[in-house]
Design a protein around this ligand. Sequence first.
Ligand SMILES: [Zn+2]
Length: 296
Amino acid sequence: MTNYWKTLEAEQGTLEDGQVLQGLLDEADAIVVGIGAGMSAADGFKYIGSRFTDAFPDFIEKYGLLDMLQASLFDFESVEEYWAFQSRFVVLNYLDQPVGQSYLDLKDMLEGRNYHIITTNADNAFDVADYDSDHVFHIQGEYGLWQCSKHCHQQTYRDDSVIREMVEQQANMKVPSELVPHCPECGAPFEINKRNEEKGMVEDGDFHAQKDRYEAFLKENEGKKIVFLEIGVGHTTPQFIKHPFQKMTEANDKALFVTMNKKNYRIPKAIRPQTVHLAQDIANTIHKAKNFDAVK
Ligand SMILES: [Zn+2]
């Protein structure tokens, strides 16, 4: 196989991960970045530990919930209880989640380059770090948005003040019934805009615009020297980032699949020669990558 990447000619182990990353991005004609939960976790926005137990002691006691993601998908016993949980969750992970250093560093690193981002994260990390939203595709919705729980029509809604009111007025793990928001079309309660294995997700005009921009970018850069950079992507929903990135890499000799993850996921044999695994700490690697000069 021809090696199209100068950075990879360096003797293995002689470069730090940040240096490899910076070198590959310098060489690439296009960069597709796929971001999963591991990136937000690298900035301390974790779904386990004190961030979870401090915010939801009552729910943990009642249901024995183990982590915040599992909890957010739990089938609560009433809509009032559902919104008591979700309103607190939205304030913590969306409305009031502070800016993450890795997101700021990544933004600097991508500045001036030909890139597009796809993410399964539904937090506010890109927004609060002031990314150009035309370059970001939220394929799994956003916590701040609502959809009809019957998915009766393809529109999302948002009202942050109602969320905050639900946090303030809830008692005994229930919001007052009159605060539960309802679909203006069919009257069913709203739920958070997220994908469900059976029902799918409400995908409105904005979602499709994001999807179209992402697909247009892939089409424009097909066959080019391209880096598919996967950051903190696990194996929960590989159909959105991991598998498409691997397939597109396989279809293009000049493409690289660069995976930043502490875990060593199995890489399909066909793309092993085109795979670069950066196992060092995500936040640290991105932070340092900015400061390395191009590999000559
Ligand atoms: Zn409806």
